[in-house]
Write a protein that binds this ligand. Structure first.
Ligand code: ADP
Ligand code: MG
Length: 542
């Protein structure tokens, strides 16, 4: 602006224009330069972008190729796997089929083996032993033991299981020792879930034998609380030793056996069978007749004795035998007898397991005709029976009041029939006293007497089995009333089934082992072939 001083406006305007022109030229050259630079730069960028895109597309192609290969490989793999799977499925199906075949064959073989085993038992006169393990029950908890909580839990664990239907497995564990497994084999083992039905299903064939002319005895052995009464009679309501008739599915062997006997009889020709019942309790080595009545007809327990007859059989003179015509009559009668166990003053024990209960069903078969004479083993007994036939015909039959038409014919008819014989077979059902070895120390009075009598009678039973097993000349039946009473059943004249009852809990281990030992020894007893009462050859009319 200093140079403008003194110049005219025109000159100033010219100078301005020239300056503007110059600036314009300068600006346009800068723009041109910038434009060139930008163009160059853009070209470069485009080129690199192009090459980058090229690179990228190549890479993409490469990668997609790899992926495609991978997909193809996977598809192939899957196809292979599919084929392999199909092969496996076919193989599994084949295996399943052959397993089924093997199982079926095994079951058949098992059946055959069982049948053979049964015939062997028949031939040797072995005692059949079944073993039932009851479930763990709430009262197993109330131990009353002064043990620590840990040990208490241990006590509640199961120590005895049914490994299969012929094997009992016992886990013997002692503190500080590794547990040892022991197994015991029996003809049949029932697990804790098996029902009364299942148990009876195996007992039923013995009842067919009974009507075929064999004596049969079924006895439950085990410690108190192991399920003997449950198995033999059924569940008991509190304070009542009788069976509850309402719970039919829970009924035990005794009522079911009676039902079965009457069912089998109903299939036989009418008028040929009758059934008598006696109920006996062996308590403190005394025999009580639970069906005996006083002069007023009231039931009360009367002491009886057991004797050996001239034929060497055991007999209880004056024992009450009541004739029953059907199973419910039997249940009613036996229930009355059982209730006596808790109410009668001489039978002071509060617990059913403190005495032995023997329920006997005597089945008399009346045989008419003349084709049996030669079949009798000894003519003497045939004559004796023939003579007895009228005398011992049950009162009911003699009065001919309540005998149903399908049952035995009237005595008049019988008397008129010269060739009439009667054959008696007997079913003895025994609920033994608890087999636990209760310590005697601190026990006094009645309890001491009870315990020592139970121990003595059960060891007498074991001694008798031992003597038979060793085939000793003298078998000490008379060492106890129990063995004397059961002499004919234990000693070989009967098919004998011992039902071992086991409590599964760890705390009962000693008692369970004792019972399993008893059962194992009983199985080894060979009594020679069990004799069948001679029945006449069935006549063609039957
Ligand atoms: P025991 O006659 O050997 O002393 P019980 O037959 O009285 O023993 O049984 C003791 C308890 O166990 C009873 O309450 C009985 O109902 C129950 N019990 C026994 N066996 C079974 C079983 N298999 N299932 C369910 N409860 C059973
Ligand atoms: Mg009992």
């Amino acid at each position: 602006y200093q140079g403008l001083a003194g110049r005219s406006t025109n000159e100033i305007l010219q100078l301005y224009a020239a300056h503007g022109q110059q600036m314009k030229l300068q600006r346009s050259s800068v723009v041109t330069q910038l434009h060139g630079a930008i163009k160059k730069r853009l070209k470069q960028d485009l080129k690199s972008l192009h090459s980058f895109a090229l690179e990228l597309s190549k890479d993409f192609q490469r990668q997609s190729k790899t992926c495609l290969y991978q997909v193809l490989a996977a598809v192939q793999g899957m196809q292979l796997q599919n084929e392999a799977m199909q092969m496996f499925q076919i193989k599994a199906f084949d295996l399943e089929q052959s397993l089924q075949e093997v199982t079926e064959r095994y079951e058949k073989e098992k059946e055959k083996r069982k049948a053979l085993h049964n015939s062997l038992i028949e031939l040797r006169g072995n005692i059949r032993v079944h073993c039932r393990i009851r479930p763990l029950l709430p009262f197993d908890d109330a131990a009353g033991h002064s043990v620590s909580q840990d040990r208490q839990r241990n006590f509640l664990e199961k120590a005895a299981y049914a490994a299969d239907d012929e094997t009992v497995l016992v886990k013997c564990s002692r503190p500080g020792h590794a547990s040892v497994n022991k197994t015991f084999q029996f003809e049949r083992v029932y697990n804790d879930l098996e029902s009364q039905d299942a148990v009876f299903a195996d007992v039923a064939p013995l009842l067919t034998s009974l009507l075929d002319g064999y004596n049969v005895c079924i006895m439950a052995y085990g410690q108190t609380g192991s399920g003997k009464t449950y198995t033999m009679l059924g569940p008991q309501s509190e304070g009542n030793l009788a069976f509850s008739i309402e719970e039919e599915s829970k009924l035990g062997i005794i009522p079911r056996a009676t039902q079965e006997v009457f069912r089998l009889i109903s299939e036989k020709p009418p008028g040929s069978y009758w059934v008598e019942v006696s109920v006996v309790e062996v308590y403190n080595n005394e025999i009580f007749d639970l069906l005996a009545k006083d002069s007023c007809g009231k039931v009360f327990g009367v002491k009886r004795d057991v004797v050996t007859t001239r034929e060497g059989k055991s007999d209880v003179p004056l024992l009450t035998h009541e004739t029953v015509e059907n199973a419910s009559e039997f249940l009613h009668l036996v229930n009355k007898g059982l209730q006596l166990r808790v109410t009668h003053p001489t039978l002071v024990h509060a617990h059913s397991s403190r005495s032995h209960l023997v329920v006997t069903l005597t089945i008399t078969t009346v045989v008419f005709g003349d084709n049996f004479g030669t079949l009798w083993e000894d003519e003497q007994s045939s004559q004796r029976l023939n003579k007895e036939a009228f005398c011992s015909f049950p009162q009911k039959m003699r009065d001919n009041k309540s005998a149903s038409s399908s049952r035995a014919s009237s005595p008049v008819q019988l008397e008129a029939t010269e060739k009439m014989k009667q054959i008696k077979t007997r079913l003895q059902l025994v609920d033994l006293a608890g087999s636990e070895c209760v310590g005697m120390s601190g026990v006094t009075g009645a309890a001491l007497r009870e315990t020592s009598f139970i121990n003595r009678s059960l060891s007498a039973l074991a001694d008798v089995l031992g003597a038979i097993a060793e085939q000793r000349a003298h078998v000490p039946y008379r060492n106890s009333k129990l063995t004397h009473l059961l002499q004919d059943s234990v000693g070989g004249d009967a098919k004998l089934l011992v039902m071992l009852c086991i409590s599964p809990g760890q705390k009962y281990l000693t008692e369970s082992m004792q019972s399993l030992g008893f059962g194992t020894r009983a199985r080894q007893v060979q009594r020679g072939q069990v004799k069948k009462k001679n029945f006449p050859a069935p006549s063609k009319g039957k």
